[in-house]
Design a protein around this ligand. Structure first.
Ligand code: UD1
Ligand code: CA
Length: 457
């Protein structure tokens, strides 16, 4: 952590090459918005109250992400270029002193250690500015680095402004800079728009600082994958794939078995315990935490949920914003959502849906059921085809089922409803009145037998 560093993340542009109504920096890779990745990196470098995201195109939407992450924002009303983007922060930042680090918001792979390396170089060389570069086989679109004889940087030439000869240069500007804040704010007003795009280029600060007598040095990074910038959806998919591959690789190295790892999608913040097994085509996203010795069956989707140890999820299940305690079983083809909760050892089977429902320890609902807005005690058996009728067309109502209740198959439980401990519901019942503990409730028409009826037909 560098206490006197201010980080500005450039995220004000529209990103026209994305062909999207959404700002480019809100597109997601590895399960996070591009700007969130940049904020994560910034947090590894500077204190959060010295991190600022430049917002412009759809400013409110991007600012909301910055606020949620606990960092500040700078409003760039009109997008007049990357130099103008930083300039818009003058009132907020010019008094802060120390270092000014600028990160492109569309380069989500950059790691804090690499930015720290940039700062080291800046300090060691006593430069007024330092930047990160790399060699690319195809440098199309990037700013090219022109070096001086002593190896220092002489200028950055934007693709559009470079001569055919300069375009042969393979060393590119990655979009990460460290400036001496005082020098930057002293000279930033010298930026002009006399370039093919008519923009205030941040990259022109290099030549400006050189002219003012400062050294400009560059950290050339060998692994260019960390510096990939995203300008279109093909590049977005490429970066997403790299991030996903790294995540599953790390999980495997940490003791998680992943079957056919190239088919699974696991977000960066997901945690999975040792000896758990993840089946092919699973998607595990958001802040999901999975315990040890679990099994997640093929093609299962788990989002923002918590699973204890020894949990078994059979294939094709979908679990979101829910909790599954140790030794519980789910699926195949089951759905849990909106705060559904299976207590220890509870089982739900095929085509069972739980919404805002808690199923107590050791309770079972094995086939075809909808259980919504309910609390269900321990050791309860919910028969096949049971439905909690929780919605009357206007309002949702609660169902409370005590411990040890037996609900016969195809029961219709009309909420609001209380069923006491140990009660027994006869199969095929429509239950509309409270059922006291330890009673049998039968709510169905009595069977009638008509003798000699068939021959008459
Ligand atoms: C920029 C660099 C280029 C470098 C490349 C690396 C400039 C002039 N060029 O080019 O040298 O090789 O990044 O990826 O800086 N933004 C704003 N406000 C604006 C314009 C842009 O906040 O007015 C933000 C964008 O949202 C984006 C970032 O700045 O996150 C970079 O902008 P982009 O247009 O993608 O720059 P490049 O053309 O890629
Ligand atoms: Ca870019």
């Amino acid at each position: 952590m560098i206490q006197d560093a201010t980080v500005v993340i450039l995220a004000g542009g529209q990103g026209t090459r994305m062909k999207s109504r959404m700002p480019k920096v809100l597109h997601r890779a590895g399960g996070k918005a591009l700007v969130e990745h940049a904020i994560d990196t910034a947090k590894g470098v500077a204190p959060p109250d010295r991190i600022f995201v430049v917002v412009g195109y759809q400013a409110d939407a991007v600012r909301a992400v910055a606020e949620a992450a606990g960092v500040g924002s700078i409003h760039q009303k009109e997008q007049l270029g990357t130099g103008h983007a930083v300039l818009c922060g003058e009132d907020q930042l010019a008094g802060l002193g120390g270092l000014l680090i600028v990160l492109n918001g569309d380069c989500p792979m950059i790691q804090p250690e690499t930015v720290a390396g940039l700062v080291d170089l800046y300090r060691k060389t006593g430069a007024g500015a330092a930047m990160i570069t790399t060699d690319l086989d195809d440098a199309t679109g990037y700013g090219r680095i022109i070096r001086q004889e002593n190896g220092d940087v002489q200028a950055i030439l934007e693709h559009k402004a470079a001569t055919p000869e300069q375009l042969l240069v393979r060393e590119i500007n990655a979009g990460f800079y460290c400036f001496e804040a005082a020098a930057f704010w002293k000279h930033v007003h010298e930026l002009r728009t006399d370039n093919p795009a008519g923009e205030y280029y941040l990259t022109d600060m290099i030549a400006i600082l050189l002219k003012a007598g400062h050294r400009v040095t560059a950290l050339k990074v060998a692994d260019s994958s960390e510096l990939l910038g995203i300008n279109n959806r093909v590049e977005l998919a490429a970066v997403d794939k790299i991030m996903r591959d790294r995540k599953v690789r790390q999980l495997m190295l940490d003791g998680v078995t992943i079957e056919r790892p190239e088919t699974v999608t696991i977000d960066q913040d997901v945690r999975i315990g040792m000896d758990s097994v993840i089946g092919p085509f699973s998607q595990i996203t958001g802040n999901t935490v999975i315990g040890e010795n679990c099994r997640v069956g093929a093609s299962t989707i788990i989002d923002n949920s918590v699973l204890g140890d020894h949990v078994e999820i059979f294939p094709f299940s979908m679990i979101s914003a829910s909790q599954v305690e140790a030794r519980a079983h789910v699926g195949p083809f089951a759905r849990m959502r909106m705060g559904a909760h299976l207590e220890e050892g509870a089982h739900i089977g095929n085509f069972v849906e739980l919404k805002k429902t808690q199923l107590g320890a050791g309770s079972k609902s094995m086939h075809f059921a909808y259980l919504g807005d309910s609390t269900i005690g321990s050791k309860v058996n919910i028969g096949a085809g049971t439905i909690t009728c929780n919605y009357d067309g206007r309002n949702k109502h609660q169902t409370h089922i005590g411990d040890g209740v037996f609900v016969g198959s195809n029961s219709t439980l009309v909420a609001p409803l209380e069923i006491g401990n140990g009660a027994y519901i006869a199969a095929g019942s429509v239950i509309t009145l409270p059922v006291p503990a330890k009673t049998l409730a039968i709510g169905r028409a009595r069977q009638v037998i008509k003798e000699g009826w068939t021959p008459k037909q």
